[in-house]
Design a binder for this molecule. Structure first.
Ligand code: ASP
Length: 459
């Protein structure tokens, strides 16, 4: 498998960010964005696909080409630099929202795109990244996908993931169920990275008894930027969805800063731990499930379910929105909780300090919430490790008041699970017991401190 990609774009030269000498030279040779060109400077010839300039403002000095390796290079132009068009860009078709390409014998994989960087391109006038790609664009960006699967690509929504709401999780879960019922051998969800972990957790609870894998994938750099991770991540996701012997919700992203391997993480155990690195996603309190390289899929941790086409999917896609995630901090005021109680919230996940503590000043509001029937549960802002409310007085008092310790669950997974538990239970007591029942690998009563070392030691 080659994880590199060619990119075809149809932006006009005038809108592409080039100006001055560069624009003049490209225009006089009738070169367009997406053409394969040669640039000869100081006796050295560089060949590649002409890319738009990914910067705010215009560039009159550098021309950017994508080499066949997939990397973009910028070449400083002078009057003496010679540019030639070698091959015009491929003709672009009207942009449909659905694409289907069939090759006999290959597995059928559905790619549902929701937006985010992986499905975005740079707006060359403002420099901002917008979720604007169609299914065809997504497919065009990585044409070698057709070597691994019959891809059915469809745009579900085009949003940056900071705007995703629980109702969108419901929509995505229903769309996945439809693809599976129509015979997909695996489903890939292209999604923004900011809230990828929340959606992965939501789908892990909503899609019970999965017959095939569901792989969420994002990218930290859009496909038209140098060192984009989108082609490799997307190709890896399609490969994993097509071949992994697992039937659970996973997140696949770069595992290190180079391009050598990817990790598939359990949907309820994964977190974006870095704002910009390509290996930002890590499993927390658990090992990744698979390592995916150009040539193999290596199992690191057994999946909960194996692929079994005959298994009947059970869809439980509803979430209660009146649940809040509240982080404690020095000086946090109880009026925050009071406001939530007064506005009809049905559950709080507290992201407490250390083993799961909250300042004494919150205690009366916590008791008031529990008396009013609000489900109150505790996680830790330490992220790694598990809660233990039996060690310090403050924890013991919260326990006595009825706060539920969430063991080693991530705070965001606990939030999503409480939303799901409340929407799928007849009352608060049933929701409380569902919250602590392991459903999708989100709680491990035995996870050990050594998991933390493992994560930093690499696997
Ligand atoms: N803000 C973007 C999003 O989550 C970032 C990304 O996709 O990586 O949609």
């Amino acid at each position: 498998m080659s994880f590199s990609s060619k990119v075809r774009k149809s932006l006009s030269l005038e809108d592409s960010g080039y100006s001055g000498l560069v624009l003049e030279k490209l225009s006089s040779s009738r070169i367009q964005i997406g053409d394969t060109i040669s640039v000869t400077k100081d006796g050295v010839e560089h060949t590649g696909v002409l890319m738009p300039r990914s910067q705010v403002g215009s560039d009159s000095i550098h021309v950017v080409i994508k080499l066949t390796s997939g990397y973009n290079i910028g070449i400083r132009m002078s009057q003496e630099t010679v540019v030639h068009r070698i091959k015009p860009r491929g003709r672009r078709q009207a942009a449909p929202t659905e694409t289907r390409i069939e090759t006999e014998g290959l597995p059928h994989i559905s790619i549902l795109s929701t937006g985010g960087t992986i499905a975005s391109k740079v707006d060359y006038r403002t420099g901002a990244v917008n979720p604007a790609l169609t299914a065809q664009d997504l497919y065009d960006t990585v044409p070698e996908l057709q070597n691994y699967a019959n891809v059915h690509a469809k745009v579900l929504m085009s949003v940056l993931s900071e705007n995703i709401r629980p109702t969108d999780w419901t929509k995505i879960a229903r769309a996945i169920a439809l693809e599976i019922e129509s015979g997909a051998d695996g489903v890939v969800i292209a999604h923004g990275t900011d809230t990828l972990g929340f959606t992965a957790a939501a789908l892990s609870f909503a899609l019970r008894s999965l017959p095939v894998p569901v792989v969420l994938v994002g990218s930290q750099r859009s496909s038209d930027r140098p060192s984009s991770d989108s082609a490799m991540n997307l190709t890896g996701a399609v490969t994993l969805a097509a071949r992994a012997n697992a039937a659970e919700v996973m997140v696949l992203m770069h595992a290190e800063i180079g391009d050598s391997y990817l990790h598939a993480h359990r949907g309820t155990r994964v977190r974006k731990l870095h704002t910009s690195r390509r290996d930002a996603f890590q499993s927390v309190n658990s090992r990744p499930l698979f390592r995916v390289t150009e040539t193999e899929i290596v199992e690191l941790n057994p999946p909960l379910l194996r692929r079994e086409l005959e298994r009947k999917l059970v869809l439980k896609p509803k979430f209660e929105e009146k649940v809040a995630l509240v982080k404690t901090y020095p000086g946090v005021e109880h009026s925050l909780l009071d406001h939530l109680i007064d506005t009809g919230y049905r559950g709080f996940i507290i992201e407490g300090t250390g083993l799961g503590h909250a300042p004494d000043s919150l205690q009366s509001s916590v008791k008031r919430a529990i008396d009013a029937g609000v489900v109150v549960a505790m996680t830790s802002q330490c992220i790694f490790g598990r809660t233990d409310l039996n060690v310090y007085r403050s924890g013991v008092e919260l326990l006595a008041a009825g706060v539920i310790p969430c063991e080693d669950m991530l705070p965001e997974t606990a939030l999503v699970k409480l939303m799901w538990s409340l929407a799928n239970s007849k009352d608060g007591d049933a929701a409380k017991s569902l919250l602590l029942t392991p459903i999708a690998g989100e709680i491990d009563m035995r996870s050990e401190e050594s998991e933390y070392i493992t994560r930093f030691g690499g696997v």
